[in-house]
Design a protein around this ligand. Structure first.
Ligand code: AMP
Length: 379
């Protein structure tokens, strides 16, 4: 059974076509710079290697058409006919408090995702465009939404509630939601497999270290706390995001630097983190290179990055009581062994040597494909 996974961002549409029974990706690619000058398509398949094409792509609807035409291309495609696609799985960032699991898309689900645009103004609109485009272009094919927030809906209220007037929660649903849920769920399951244990009996701390970073306390297969919050800004230091800071800094910067609300938001989301501290780059490879050349600010950025992970692991160990494994994943988690080694060295005395430190490759697209397969098959 072939499942197409679609992940629409503000100016991109990524896709990955899976043979789910074989857990194999047949082809993947992305349309970039949608709605801008210089749009392009990159497509990669085992048979035909990598293709890059410059083209015009004014919106996400057109991007989905380009994807359909590419995967069914008589020369470079992998399908004879579009009807071979039996389901489309969509990554949707925000499912609010409504969705605690992946869901078959119908008109009501679309309305609800639309309502959550207020909570994720940058992320949910392109997902909706992708969904609407696929419903037209893959008409009659079941569509499934897989939410970044869903895995963390199991958090108890004392973990997701902020210490501000409760009426604001009631009015705006201001609370911690958490993100990267598909990645945390995927590696938690893989880690349990690697430990030879049932996912429902292990306690894990999963650490997603990509350009965005978050950490989750996973108790017996369920997320009970996570570092990202109402938005993805909270928590760990990230490529360009500050993570945790004193909220009073917002008004201080507005007053002293004469910044608007939007400018402060921009500063904390796009100019902070590894980039802001090092003054060099948001990319960990560049930070490591600069450290090797003796750059003190790069070293400080790295130290803040690792220290904060260590502090969160300590607090989640307190939440969980017993920790069977700490699992690092994503670009940095999978490729920078020195972080795992440092955490293991420094935290082992606290854990008494009973906790495994592991690095596991994440595969959110595969999990989206598997969820979609399950839901399409049960219909
Ligand atoms: P992701 O968002 O999962 O693609 O991760 C992006 C982050 O992973 C960036 O900070 C990259 O610098 C980092 N990364 C990817 N590959 C490597 C590598 N081989 N060594 C160090 N960092 C890496």
């Amino acid at each position: 059974m072939l499942i197409l996974v679609v992940n629409c961002g503000s100016s991109s549409a990524k896709y990955d076509l899976f043979d789910v029974e074989k857990e194999a990706s047949l082809c993947r690619g992305s349309v970039e710079r949608i709605g801008e000058e210089g749009s392009s398509l990159t497509h990669e398949s085992g048979e035909n290697g990598k293709i890059h094409r410059d083209l015009s792509c004014p919106d996400h609807h057109r991007a989905i058409e380009i994807i359909r035409d590419m995967i069914t291309d008589p020369e470079k495609g992998v399908l004879k006919d579009v009807s071979e696609v039996t389901g489309v799985g969509h990554r949707v960032v925000h499912g609010g408090e409504k969705f605690n699991t992946s869901t078959l898309i119908n008109a009501e689900v679309i309305d609800t995702i639309e309502r959550f645009v207020e909570l994720a103004p940058l992320h949910n609109p392109p997902s909706l465009e992708g969904i609407r485009g696929c419903m037209k272009i893959f008409s009659g094919v079941p569509q499934v939404a897989v939410f970044d927030t869903a895995f963390h809906q199991s958090m108890p209220d004392h973990a997701f509630t902020y210490g501000i007037p409760y009426e604001l929660y009631e009015k705006y649903r201001i609370r911690k939601y958490g993100f990267h849920g598909t990645s945390h769920r995927y590696v938690a399951r893989k880690a349990a497999e690697e430990l030879g244990r049932d996912p429902g009996e292990v306690n894990l701390i999963t650490v997603h270290l990509g350009n965005g970073c978050s950490i989750a306390a996973v108790q017996k297969g369920k997320s009970v706390d996570t570092s990202m919050g109402f938005t993805p800004l909270e928590g760990l230091l990230m490529g360009t995001r500050s993570g945790d800071l004193d909220p009073a800094l917002v008004t201080f910067l507005m007053q002293r630097e004469d910044l608007s609300a939007e400018e402060v938001n921009d500063l904390m989301n796009k100019k902070s983190g590894l980039l802001g501290l090092s003054g060099i780059s948001n990319d960990m490879r560049d930070i490591l290179g600069a450290i090797d050349e003796g750059n003190a600010r790069a070293e400080l950025a790295y130290d803040v990055f690792v220290y904060r992970i260590k502090k969160y692991i300590g607090s989640y160990a307190a939440v969980l009581g017993r920790v069977d494994a700490v699992v690092l994943t994503a670009g940095i988690g999978e490729n920078v062994p020195r972080i795992k080694e440092q955490l293991e060295r420094e935290l082992n005395p606290m854990f008494g040597g009973s906790t495994r430190f592991m690095s596991i490759g994440t595969n959110e697209e595969l999990l989206i494909a598997k969820d979609t397969y399950k839901i399409v098959n049960s219909e």
